[in-house]
Design a protein around this ligand. Structure first.
Ligand code: RAM
Length: 916
């Protein structure tokens, strides 16, 4: 089967070739490899990107020519019947907007590009392909939503809601030979689709969750190869996901539910004789709720009775007499759109490291890693035997599961055997956050081979690697990788284990930026910005959780402001201007709403969470009540709002809304003035009650008057270094700016101390106490369990940004976003002796591998084709520097006692002596 799931609107054709070879042998020998190949998209003007992977140095694009054709044959014959851009003199290679003939519903397009460089011309040897989704509602009109909206006998709508999965089947008779076929499916909350017994696609827990009253995502698959002339069977299983919500009767005012699972599907078939047929959901589809999945609830787990398996239910050879006809049901309410962000997939496997017997027939399995996904089980036994698996993140002292921090999530899967030899099972519609599993029901001791952990997160590439001379920092990086990936669930959630798992905005304000170095999270976050946009109230308010599965519209600045900072991340890291243009009106509406309702005396007087989760005064506490540790809400919200005004000013230019700039400027001036008047104490050179957070925000946002800047910084350093003895005292807010601000003001060494600390409170303390992910609380091993997740990413703050930008020296120049220019300025004196890091940017692979001796530096770097880098060396003397063994003699600058080279693309080894 051809993978045709829609997951990106950026089509990247990667041209990999050797330029030297190209020039010698001519362009016909070039190898071209396509990275992404989606079959459909939801916009009429898709954006096209390509990467040039060249071996030689100094490769610059001078022009390009894009050709887009309606068939592959046309494209191969150079008949660009949709668009021939002509030769465009430009160095742009990412996000080129399609500008050809108007594309229509389900239109196919094939494209290729010729790139002209200063070293010769390159043609893509293969082609990329996309197709447009269903853009008009009229095309869905005669497709009916079907389902079954009754509870079966074991179902319940309760605190622990239970609902059996819905199985649907429909036999279709294709009278002629199939030329091509595509299926468009909306299966709510979660679906699995089969044709003639084969599962379509490798996605799991699809589609991505949304507020289904606002928008409903459809997935698309090319199923030409799965269909045959004659009888075929379509089958689907529907699970609950976020649709039929967990905790139905528990705080219904807070938790949204959307009803019972339902689906709509269209299958477009084109026959070889040119005729067409469309198969749609209607009430001739057969349905049963009496299948093996007895219950599926994201918080509580899945129950499966293999004795109820219906062999062949999704093939034509099956007797469905006991099934009923599906019922017509109400539409979910939201508009339908193609899913442009990735679904989840099984992204890896974890083999358990130990199994220990506890009580009779009960075992504790250790996966060796706090992971997110599920456990595959292999078992032999009698029909009716039952295996129960309960999941938790850690153990208590007595070796039993620590479940108090799961709150009322049952996190238990139950498998009932059919008794037919070796049985292999894994759940379909749930996930757990766990390292340990308590297993009961085995009659003889199971071995490690009975279990495999399946790692489930969004199908996105890991883009970053990082290794340094500090083992603690390296382990923190690994923990961050596990924590970030595990919490990608079609939206960024806060935690994967307890009865929460919500897409909290405040957890990602700056985190999303750090994450973008580790993962290609562009489409995931572009989707999330839509979720936030759709959750806006009529008057302009934004929630703290979006999609607003929990209705939290508390009006504050720090959590909803994430809408703007994440858009800024997409611009800086991925050069995405369209996202800014799209979201600008709703962002502005929120800014105005907050100003009109909460700006008093030029300060923003609205905050809800404070500097969430600072290290508290006692190790058992969740949140501090000590006024000396907490930062005034007005300080947080005013400083944040000030920062957002600066970002909005930048966005106004991108969105062609320059008229707004004067107001942003004026407001910023007023807020800064009022903020300093009220909170800056010029006798102590500190802000408010002198928490690190109260000082770091104005320093980071440029609010501190020039004449006291250095003094305020030194005062903050004193707080960290002396008062807190080199430890963190910030929560979710302050930690977002701490590491970069320390480094930018010249104390990278203190930032390094915080990053490599092993004592409380620190990230290293988590590592020392066995963490394999990042905790929700600095005191996560001792705090009250009612809010104490062991897999939460919000305390990472700006740590990952600091790893890349300040330690590795891989930073996108904000003036030339998307790494079109890379600022390579590591702090070589912070305390590390080597860093070896890489980042796959939208322009190609960037590498920074440096090693420091007593007075010399060896630095190997890779700069992708069509980009440049500003390379900062820790010496004032250019004659101490050699690039690829050649002394630097000209074309360099001196900036703040550093030699700065502007290097074109390529791979270099730089040697510097007498470094400072
Ligand atoms: C808890 C979690 C979450 C945070 C909110 C405010 O639910 O810690 O991550 O954003 O509080």
């Amino acid at each position: 089967m051809k993978k045709t799931f829609l997951y990106t609107f950026i089509l990247i054709a990667s041209l990999s070739f050797s330029l030297a070879q190209a020039q010698k042998n001519g362009v016909s020998n070039l190898q071209t490899e396509m990275l992404d190949n989606p079959e459909g998209i939801d916009v009429l003007q898709p954006r096209l990107s390509w990467q040039i992977n060249a071996e030689g140095n100094d490769v610059k694009q001078t022009a390009y020519q894009i050709m887009v054709a309606s068939t592959l044959e046309n494209l191969n014959a150079n008949k660009a019947d949709l668009w021939d851009s002509g030769k465009v003199t430009s160095n742009e290679s990412v996000n080129i907007i399609y500008n050809g003939k108007k594309l229509g519903d389900r239109q196919n397009a094939f494209w290729k590009v010729t790139v002209f460089t200063n070293k010769g011309e390159i043609k893509s040897a293969t082609t990329a392909h996309f197709s447009i989704g269903i853009l008009t509602y009229a095309d869905w009109k005669s497709t009916r939503w079907i389902g079954y909206e009754k509870l079966s006998k074991d179902d319940s709508v309760s605190q622990y809601s239970r609902l059996s999965a819905r199985y649907l089947r429909k036999e279709i008779d294709l009278k002629k030979q199939v030329k091509s076929a595509k299926v468009y499916i909306m299966g709510m909350g979660l679906y699995e689709l089969y044709i003639n017994g084969n599962k379509i696609g490798d996605q799991v827990l699809a589609p991505v969750p949304t507020d289904y009253t606002k928008n409903v995502k459809y997935n698309v698959f090319d199923v030409t190869a799965q269909l045959k002339e004659g009888k075929n069977m379509l089958g689907t299983i529907l699970g609950n996901g976020r649709f039929f919500a967990m905790r139905q009767d528990y705080k219904p005012y807070k938790i949204k539910s959307f009803g019972m699972p339902k689906m709509a599907l269209q299958l477009f078939v084109e026959y070889t004789d040119g005729s067409n047929e469309v198969i749609r959901t209607d009430d001739s589809w057969k349905l049963t709720t009496d299948g093996p999945i007895l219950s599926n609830n994201e918080y509580d787990g899945e129950e499966y009775d293999a004795r109820k398996e219906m062999k062949g239910w999704n093939t034509t050879n099956f007797d469905d007499k006991s099934w009923v006809n599906a019922r017509y049901v109400q539409e979910p309410g939201g508009f339908f759109e193609a899913q442009m962000s990735p679904n989840m997939k099984i992204m890896g496997e974890v083999k358990p490291i130990s199994i220990k017997a506890t009580a009779k027939e009960t075992y504790i399995l250790d996966m060796g890693q706090n992971m997110v996904g599920w456990l595959q089980l292999k078992v032999k036994g009698k029909s009716g035997d039952q295996i129960t698996m309960k999941f938790a993140e850690s153990l208590q002292k007595d070796g039993s599961l620590y479940i108090a921090n799961l709150r009322d999530a049952k996190t238990t899967d139950v498998y009932t055997l059919k008794g037919e030899g070796e049985e292999i099972w894994e759940p379909r519609f749930i996930f757990h956050g766990f390292r340990f599993v308590e297993i009961s029901g085995f009659l003889t001791k199971p071995t490690l081979d009975n279990f495999v952990g399946k790692v489930v997160y969004d199908d996105i590439k890991t883009t970053g690697t990082f290794e340094s001379s500090d083992a603690t920092m390296n382990q923190i990086f690994k923990n961050a990788w596990w924590g970030i990936s595990g919490n990608y669930k079609g939206m960024p959630i806060d935690c994967p284990q307890r009865n929460e798992r919500q897409p909290w905005l405040g957890d990602r304000t700056t985190g999303a930026y750090g994450e973008s170095f580790l993962f290609d999270n562009q489409t995931l976050y572009a989707k999330w910005l839509d979720d936030i946009k759709y959750s806006q109230t009529q008057d302009g308010g934004l929630p703290d959780v979006a999609p607003a599965f929990w209705r939290y519209y508390g009006d504050n600045v720090t959590w909803p402001g994430t809408y703007i900072t994440v858009a800024d991340m997409l611009y800086t890291q991925f050069s995405d201007k369209e996202v800014i243009k799209k979201q600008y009106p709703t962002m502005k509406k929120w800014m105005v709403y907050m100003e009109e309702n909460y700006l008093r005396n030029d300060l923003m007087d609205k905050d809800k969470y404070g500097d969430w989760c600072v290290p508290p005064e006692s190790l058992e506490l969740i949140r501090s009540k000590d006024p000396a540790r907490m930062t005034d809400g007005e300080v947080l919200s005013s400083a944040f709002y000030y920062q957002l005004l600066g970002i909005m000013k930048k966005f106004a230019t991108i969105a062609n809304e320059e008229n707004d700039i004067a107001h942003y400027d004026d407001l910023a001036v007023r807020i800064k003035k009022a903020f300093n008047a009220k909170y800056l104490n010029t006798s102590t050179n500190s802000y408010a009650n002198n928490t690190v957070t109260a000082n770091v925000l104005p320093l980071a946002f440029g609010m501190v008057p020039e004449n006291v800047k250095e003094k305020v910084f030194q005062n903050m350093v004193h707080e960290i270094e002396v008062t807190k003895q080199g430890h963190i005292s910030t929560g979710v807010i302050g930690t977002q700016f701490l590491m970069r601000t320390l480094t930018n003001f010249g104390r990278g060494d203190l930032a390094f101390k915080l990053a490599s600390n092993k004592t409380y409170p620190s990230w290293g303390y988590m590592v020392e106490n066995g963490a394999t992910t990042i905790w929700e609380l600095w005191n996560g091993n001792t705090a009250d369990p009612t809010m104490n997740s062991q897999n939460h990413v919000m305390l990472l703050g700006d740590l990952m940004i600091w790893y890349y930008e300040n330690m590795a020296g891989i930073k996108s120049n904000p003036e030339k976003p998307g790494f079109e220019q890379i600022i390579m300025k590591p702090d070589f004196n912070a305390g590390l002796t080597f860093v070896n890091a890489s980042y796959e940017s939208i322009h190609g692979l960037i590498k920074s591998d440096w090693k420091k001796g007593k007075s010399n530096l060896v630095w190997k770097i890779t700069i992708p084709a069509n980009t440049t880098a500003l390379v900062y060396l820790p010496t004032t003397n250019a004659s101490d520097v050699k690039v690829n063994n050649v002394k630097v003699s000209k074309s360099y600058q001196i900036e703040n006692n550093k030699v700065v080279l502007e290097l074109p693309s390529g791979t270099y080894e730089i040697n510097a002596n007498n470094i400072k």
